[in-house]
Design a protein. Structure first.
Length: 378
C-alpha cells in the first residue's frame, strides 16, 4: 500500500510539474508574441517606403506598388523594398497571406526604361566598353533575388494584375505563387526581342517548354483570358470583380494555419528547385547582361537616347526586322529618325489612358470653376 501511495504522489507531483511547465511555456510564448508584435508595430511605423506601401487586415497583408505616375515602373529602390515588405509580412504573426498589387492604371509596366535606356548616366545598365559581366550579374542577380522573395516567402503570395504586367512587371508577377488577372490585362516580356532576357526565368516552370518559347521567342503580350487558358493565371475576372476574386482566394488560404501553409509550400518549391531553377536563373542573369552589351543592345540604347524610349520600343515591338550590326559596328546605318508619333501599341494604350484621365480631370476642374463662378453671380 505504501508503494502504491508513493506512486500516486509521484504521479500527482509530476502532473503539477507538467502543468506548471505548460503554464510557464504559455506565458513565455505570449510574452514573446507580444514583444514581436510590439517590434513589428514599431518597424511598420518607422519604415517609410518610397515605391510601395504595406497594410495588414484580417490575416492578409497587401503590398501596393506605388509609382502610379510611371505605371509602377521599376526603379533602383523598388526591388529591395519589395523584399523588405515581404520579410516584414513574413515576420508578422498576424499575416497568413500576402497580396501584391499596383496603384493606378497598371500592376507594373516593367523597368523604367525612360531612366535606364534614355538616361543611365552612370552606366549601371549598360557599361562602357570593355564591360565586366560579373558587375552586371551582381546587379541583376540582386534584383532577381529581391523578386524571388515572393516565391520563397513562407506565406503564400498572390499577384493581383490589372492593366499591364509588362517586361520586369511580368518578372514580379511570375515570382508570386498565384497570378489573378483582369481579363483585359496584358502580360509578357517584350524585351526578349532586343535588350533583355527575363532574369527570374519563371516562364518555363509556369508554362512548360513550348508555351515558354512562344512567349520568349516572340516578345508577345497575352491577355488575362489567354493566361488563364494556358494555366499562367489562377483566376481571371473583369476589373470590377477582380478585387472580390483575389479576396476570395486570399481568405480561403488565410483560414489555414501558418505552419501548414509553410510546409506545403516548401514541399512544392523544393520540387521546382530540383528541376534546376537556380542554374536556369544563373544563365538568365548572365544572358540578360549580354543582351544589353551586344551590338544589338548597344544600338537599341543609342536609339533610345537619340530619339526617346517610345520610338525605340515602337521599332522593337513592331515586327519590323531589328538591326544586327555585328561586332565593332555601332549601328550608324540604322539611326534614321522615326516617325513623329512613333510609339508601340501597348505604350499608346497606357499613354492614351493617362491622357484621357488627365483630360477628364481637367474637365471636372473646369466644371467646378464654372459652378463656383456662377454661384458668385458671374
Amino acid at each position: 500500500m505504501a508503494s502504491k501511495s508513493s506512486d500516486q504522489e509521484a504521479v500527482t507531483a509530476g502532473k503539477k510539474t507538467v502543468i506548471r511547465a505548460s503554464v510557464s511555456s504559455k506565458k513565455k510564448a505570449t510574452a514573446t508574441a507580444a514583444a514581436l508584435g510590439k517590434r513589428l508595430a514599431s518597424v511598420a511605423a518607422d519604415r517609410v517606403f518610397s515605391t510601395l506601401h504595406i497594410a495588414v487586415q484580417a490575416r492578409i497583408a497587401t503590398i501596393t506598388l506605388n509609382r502610379p505616375e510611371r505605371l509602377n515602373a521599376i526603379n533602383d529602390e523598388m526591388p529591395g523594398e519589395i523584399r523588405q515588405a515581404v520579410e516584414l509580412a513574413n515576420a508578422d504573426d498576424r499575416v497568413h497571406v500576402i497580396v501584391l498589387r499596383g496603384a493606378g492604371d497598371a500592376f507594373c509596366a516593367g523597368y523604367d526604361l525612360k531612366h535606364y535606356a534614355e538616361g543611365d548616366p552612370t552606366n549601371v545598365i549598360t557599361q562602357p566598353m570593355p564591360w565586366d559581366p560579373m558587375i552586371d550579374y551582381k546587379f541583376m542577380k540582386r534584383n532577381t533575388e529581391d523578386f524571388m522573395s515572393l516565391w520563397r516567402s513562407y506565406k503564400p503570395t498572390i499577384a493581383r494584375v490589372h492593366g499591364y504586367a509588362a517586361a520586369g512587371g511580368s518578372d514580379i508577377a511570375s515570382c508570386c505563387d498565384f497570378i489573378v488577372m483582369e481579363d483585359k490585362a496584358r502580360i509578357g516580356y517584350m524585351p526578349v526581342r532586343v535588350w533583355g532576357c527575363p532574369s527570374p526565368a519563371m516562364w518555363v516552370y509556369r508554362l512548360g517548354a513550348m508555351r515558354a518559347k512562344r512567349m520568349m521567342l516572340t516578345g508577345d503580350l497575352i491577355d488575362g483570358k489567354q493566361a488563364f487558358e494556358w494555366g499562367l493565371a489562377t483566376e481571371v475576372a473583369p476589373l470590377a470583380q477582380l478585387d472580390a476574386v483575389v479576396q476570395q482566394l486570399a481568405v480561403r488560404m488565410a483560414g489555414v494555419p501558418k505552419n501548414q501553409l509553410m510546409m506545403n509550400k516548401l514541399v512544392i518549391n523544393q520540387a521546382i528547385d530540383a528541376m534546376g531553377l537556380e542554374q536556369t536563373q544563373m544563365f538568365a542573369n548572365v544572358f540578360d547582361g549580354i543582351t544589353r552589351h551586344s551590338p544589338e543592345g548597344l544600338w537599341f540604347k543609342r536609339y533610345a537616347q537619340t530619339y526617346g524610349f517610345p520610338a525605340a520600343v515602337e521599332w522593337r515591338d513592331s515586327g519590323r526586322p531589328l538591326p544586327e550590326p555585328g561586332p565593332g559596328d555601332f549601328g550608324d546605318a540604322f539611326m534614321d529618325p522615326p516617325a513623329a508619333d512613333a510609339r508601340s501599341l501597348w505604350s499608346r494604350d497606357v499613354s492614351g489612358k493617362r491622357v484621357a484621365k488627365s483630360a477628364k480631370k481637367d474637365k471636372n476642374k473646369s466644371k467646378k470653376k464654372s459652378a463656383r463662378k456662377a454661384a458668385k453671380g458671374g
